[in-house]
Design a protein around this ligand. Structure first.
Ligand SMILES: NC(=O)c1ccc[n+]([C@@H]2O[C@H](COP(=O)([O-])OP(=O)(O)OC[C@H]3O[C@@H](n4cnc5c(N)ncnc54)[C@H](OP(=O)(O)O)[C@@H]3O)[C@@H](O)[C@H]2O)c1
Length: 214
């Protein structure tokens, strides 16, 4: 699959880039700065041991793709979508972002109720949007010596997009589940501040979630 990851110069997107590239997907790292994207892509090619990772500025990265992953901090979420709206068009989008800020830690969802619904508000009602990976730690994804494990809940307004994302999650090593419509995205996004607190309490780096009875 041809996948671009906007913000993959940061840990979350970079970890996804490494994992998906090793599976053979054509990965493009998007950045606001071309040079930064190219440097991250070079580093990722060396780390992942494969040459199917390129780096482009965010606008160029959104062209001619099967999936665009949005992986930027909350403060940059709406402006990034506004800047890329035209070039994203009807390309399926996976949003992994969480409406959270650090120092001090704040959970601050947008007026739409979740970052995932903010994607639809900006891109338009016809946008194909999935949201997931909120409970999958970037440090686990980035550490290629670690096996990825845990359950992946994905919500969305388009079943094909959700299934596409679940298939990627399964390839990476997660057990994926369709968790319903985008109205549930706020529930998923709100899990992360709790998990960060648990990581501190239990002195762990990548607590995830697991379902039973399924
Ligand atoms: N870390 C985790 O374990 C984890 C897990 C699940 C979900 N998430 C979510 O995934 C998203 C990315 O996490 P991260 O830790 O990789 O974030 P990050 O390192 O803070 O940011 C990722 C990239 O976003 C771009 N960026 C930064 N500020 C921006 C702004 N104001 N406007 C537009 N772009 C901006 C930067 O790329 P350029 O400068 O190259 O453009 C940066 O390298 C966040 O929403 C986070 O909550 C994180």
């Amino acid at each position: 699959m041809r996948i671009s990851i906007i913000g993959a110069t940061g840990d979350m997107g970079y970890g996804l880039a490494l994992r998906l590239a090793r599976l053979g997907h054509d990965i493009c790292i998007g950045s606001r700065q071309l040079e930064k994207a190219q440097e991250a892509a070079q580093k990722a090619r060396e780390e992942a041991g494969c040459d199917n990772i390129t780096g482009l500025d965010n606008v160029a990265a959104c062209q001619d793709r099967d999936l665009i992953i949005i992986s930027v901090p909350a403060a940059g979420h709406r402006p990034t979508l506004q800047a890329l709206k035209d070039v994203i068009g009807d390309t399926p989008v996976l949003d992994v972002t969480i409406p959270m800020a650090f120092n001090p830690l704040r959970y601050d969802p947008p007026a739409e109720g979740s970052n995932a619904l903010e994607v639809v508000a900006v891109l338009g009602e016809n946008a194909k949007v999935a949201a997931g990976f909120h409970t999958v730690s970037a440090s686990m994804l980035c550490n290629l010596s670690k096996t990825v494990a845990g359950d992946l809940l994905v919500v969305g307004n388009d079943d094909d997009t959700v299934e596409k994302v679940l298939a990627l999650g399964t390839e990476i090593g997660l057990r994926g589940f369709h968790a319903g419509g985008l109205n549930h995205a706020s529930t998923l996004e709100a899990l992360t501040p709790m998990i960060i607190g648990m990581n501190k309490r239990y002195k762990r780096g990548h607590i995830g979630i697991g379902l039973t009875g399924i």
